[in-house]
Design a protein around this ligand. Sequence first.
Ligand code: COA
Length: 178
Amino acid sequence: MESYRLKNGNKMIIRGATAADAEEMLNYLEQVGGESDFLTFGPGEIKMTLEDERSFLNSISKADNKLFIVAVVADKIIGNLSYTGGMRPRVRHTGEFGVSVLKEYWGQGVGKILIQYLIAWSKASGTVRKINLRVRSDNTAGIYLYEALGFVEEGRQSREFCINGIFYDSIIMGLEID
Ligand SMILES: CC(C)(COP(=O)(O)OP(=O)(O)OC[C@H]1O[C@@H](n2cnc3c(N)ncnc32)[C@H](O)[C@@H]1OP(=O)(O)O)[C@@H](O)C(=O)NCCC(=O)NCCS
């Protein structure tokens, strides 16, 4: 568990999620899905049951190339980052992450701290050698943040999102870990 101070003075901790967080995590995802159109899910679209979420969180803590962390302020989950590496030997060293922060906490440094945590964890892991992400091409705040942390654009995929009948491209970005 690591402790941080946000720009507004709030104390925040970053810790690995456990099965005990399952219910709060599902509520968090429901809320964050309704607050941003830049995620791959909207409200009501996470179909995992409490049991599914519990066993998912249990499986993460047993893997050396998976990370699922939460940002907590005053005992409440306000941000999350999830990284999953490949299953087979040839792709175990590479993986993709997703990050989100509750709208009320945007611009406080939470996203940056979560990704810096992922980078430090990756460097210490001895396993992770490449971190990838996909971001909607019009998510300027996200792209700004990723570039500031050293991620570079590696490609673009058309029609990655379809929201209310409108397609959006995604940009593929990556960071090599040495
Ligand atoms: C993208 C997201 C994770 C960023 O998290 P955050 O906690 O708001 O970002 P931070 O406060 O850590 O900001 C990091 C940097 O980005 C800048 N930034 C934040 N919001 C910005 C905006 N709307 N426009 C431009 N820059 C912005 C900050 O100024 C900061 O720069 P600095 O370190 O030089 O001061 C968060 O806004 C979010 O959850 N958005 C909705 C979901 C989403 O887009 N997820 C990513 C999908 S790929």
